[in-house]
Design a protein around this ligand. Structure first.
Ligand SMILES: *Cc1c(COP(=O)(O)O)cnc(C)c1O
Length: 358
């Protein structure tokens, strides 16, 4: 950060190029384009494919609201897909059903799908890619929570046509403010993104904007922070993995612990358990001095701004999960003793919930 204040290239400084190269190498994606936030990453990716009016973009009903917001900002129509009961990631069978329904209704055209790697666990890419390919959909991965994760030996960033991530401070790779990045293996696609993030000006051109764009650049200062944090990124993921294992062992019999998948490595953005009496459990934890968070208290279509997306019959798995999820403390600086205190607090609170003890 001191170097950046010396050279004073606060916009598009050399740290941006260095960060993009390191992230491209780390993910094996080929191309990385740094942007101002995870939300901008999603929006820029949609604009880059000219996705907009009259087109349907499928996304899971249980995600951060930004996924749906970006689709609407691009002018396209978000279509919510239910999630799988075990992983809480997009259910490929329900995706197929929703695509068929949209086609039958004949009002908008299926165009893209945005799988979200919820809590850091990569979605079911093999099955989703199969559906996407059959219907000719562009696949944009929302990997805001999963940078550092892996799916069948391939890193997050190289699992879809395009991948968007976020450097919001609590994400697996967090900066000291807002930030994000896009990944692809197509250089022309990356060139379009580079133009869109500077108001539509192509590389080396400052006079003629060739497409619609925005101010979606990452600050050089944030790139400097990220370059430093990349040095301990892998070690921090390993530490979260160890802590998650400790939680699994201590909590398996009292709450529903996060699903794991053969060949899939989570980035462990969150350790999220489920319990039918989540709110009582949460206040029990608070009494025991343990903080917890609810990601997410409502499904996308349960927000007023997106109420029009609620399909007939609802999206039952996502709606139920929103009432049961509770994320426990999880970060690389958490000590074993602190993790054990969390386990004890959860077990105590669950014990108090037993019918005999109410
Ligand atoms: C955080 C997040 C975003 C938005 O990222 P920002 O950097 O906060 O704009 C989008 N999608 C998901 C799934 C997220 O968790």
């Amino acid at each position: 950060m001191a170097d950046v204040c010396q050279h004073r290239r606060f916009i598009n400084g050399p740290e941006i190029d260095e960060l993009e190269s390191r992230l491209a190498a780390m993910t094996g994606a080929g191309e990385c384009v740094a942007v101002a936030s995870g939300t901008d990453a999603l929006l820029i990716a949609l604009l880059g494919e000219d996705i907009g009016t009259g087109q349907a973009v499928f996304l899971p009903a249980l995600t951060y609201i930004a996924t749906a917001g970006a689709v609407r900002l691009a002018g396209a129509t978000p279509v919510c897909v239910d999630v799988a009961p075990d992983t809480l990631n997009m259910d490929p069978e329900d995706l197929e059903r929703r695509i068929t329904r949209v086609r039958r209704a004949g009002v908008i055209t299926p165009r893209a799908v945005i799988p979200v790697d919820l809590f850091g666990l990569p979605a079911d890419y093999a099955a989703l890619r199969d559906v996407a390919r059959r219907h000719g959909l562009f696949m944009l991965a929302d990997a805001a929570q999963s940078l550092g994760g892996e799916y069948n030996g391939r890193a997050v960033g190289a699992l879809a046509d395009a991948t968007a991530t976020s450097f919001y401070p609590t994400k697996p790779l967090g900066c000291y403010g807002d930030g994000g990045a896009l990944f692809t293996d197509q250089s022309e696609r990356a060139e379009r993104w580079r133009a869109i993030r500077v108001h539509g000006f192509p590389a080396g051109e400052k006079l003629q904007a060739t497409r619609l764009g925005l101010n979606g650049r990452l600050d050089t200062l944030q790139a400097a922070v990220l370059l430093a944090k990349l040095d301990c990124f892998a070690a921090e993921r390993e530490r979260r993995e160890m802590l998650a294992g400790r939680y699994d062992q201590g909590l398996d019999d009292v709450v529903r612990i996060p699903a794991r998948r053969e060949g899939v490595r989570s980035a462990w953005a969150a350790y999220t358990v489920r319990h039918p009496r989540r709110d009582v459990l949460r206040s029990g934890l608070a009494d025991g001095g343990v903080d917890s968070m609810i990601y997410y208290p409502r499904a996308v279509h349960e927000h007023k701004a997106f109420a029009d997306l609620a399909p007939a019959g609802g999206l039952p798995v996502a709606e139920t999960a929103a009432r049961e999820v509770l994320s426990l403390p999880l970060h690389a600086d958490l000590t074993d003793d602190e993790a054990d205190r969390v386990v004890t607090a959860v077990r105590t609170a669950c014990g108090d919930l037993e019918p005999g003890n109410l």
